[in-house]
Design a protein around this ligand. Sequence first.
Ligand code: SF4
Length: 435
Amino acid sequence: MGQQMQSLGPIELIVLQGTPFCNLNCSYCCLSEESRRQTAKMPDTLIERIFEQVFSSQFLGNKLTVSWHAGEPLVLPIAYYERAVETILAVRSRCGRDDLDLRFHIQTNAVLLDEAWCQFFVRFRDIFDIGVSCDGPAGLHDRQRLTRAGGPSFEQVQRGMGLLTAHGLKYHLIAVITRASLAHPKELLDFFHSKRNDISGFHFNFVSELIAKAPTLRHDAEDTRLHYEFTRQLLRRLRELGSDGFKVRNFAQFYAKMFAPEQLRSGNTGGETSFPFRTLNIDVHGNVTTFHAGLYVDVMKDVYGDGQGFGIGSISQQTLEQIASSERLAKISSDFLLSQRACERDCSYAPLCSGGYELVKRKGLGTFDASETPECRLHVKTFADAMLDDLEEFMATNDERATSHDAAVSGANGANGANGAEPARIDYGEMLRMA
Ligand code: SF4
């Protein structure tokens, strides 16, 4: 038990569910429709209790982000967040942790943003980050991000993003890519690229089989081709437009895995993204989960036969130390470890994979002791193949250009010129070993 506690954390991210209620009804939401209709609110007293536990915990490091997510945070009044921030800062001082680098974050659908919210974010801009969910231009966004009445939400989201920009507030954009969006890489990239001066970052997520209500991952030849072409087209379009300060985090992380020195690569490997107690999700009632941001007790409720999903305890009734040393956490950790060992043993793409597929394995294959899932084939392997092929094409083109440039400079006209040069070939095996 002691050994388990030593290998936890440090806690870097706490995701708080202020309320499960949402003003939208997106077709791929990870929360059940039933919970999204609940208007429960995390009480102020629970917030205080959580941070009394966290700030005096042995698992806390030097940096912490507190994020409100899982339900639309802006349905709660501004005063709620003013009190929460004030409380959290006061508890930090009381616990003697003023040295802690603490940031706050809200993930919003942007529909309810107005002048008052912008004023709030301006006031707290030094400590508060904003994330906005938008799936692209209207024709793509409005396929799945619908109002409760089934209407489109894009116009309201655009208005919200425009208000943030008018107040000089940058936001991180997140898009969910569905099977239908895969046919529109250029429209998507052009749309997000057009926001480059307004945003602090951008990344996309493929819709997960785990939460999709209809099967979206078939992994037949058609789906593999769609995913492969989608990534290749995004990269080509990005090169045509010129990045101009616009970065796609999915690509940047891949290149970092390939080329960055080891110390800069940490935090994004399969094992690290599923490490216990780095992220704590705490729902409106105080139920705690760990491993992945946004994993709530709603997801795969009966996986351990008790309706608690991957829940590891309740911070309303237990201390963080009790939760950390629980048999429940030990059991889930050992299941996740089994999954990671299978990846290391069986999968040649493991060095390029960010992991996080434990739940999909258990749900789709019935065991944690498994490697490849349909999601792996499309989201990791096909993505990596497309990235590597793009890199090879890019390097071969540049090599040809460089060769003809050299030839022109030296005045050579045959044997060593562009026509006689072999384009550089990339040894993927070597690159994977390097990564
Ligand atoms: S692609 Fe799948 S099997 Fe391979 S390392 Fe990632 S999760 Fe494991």
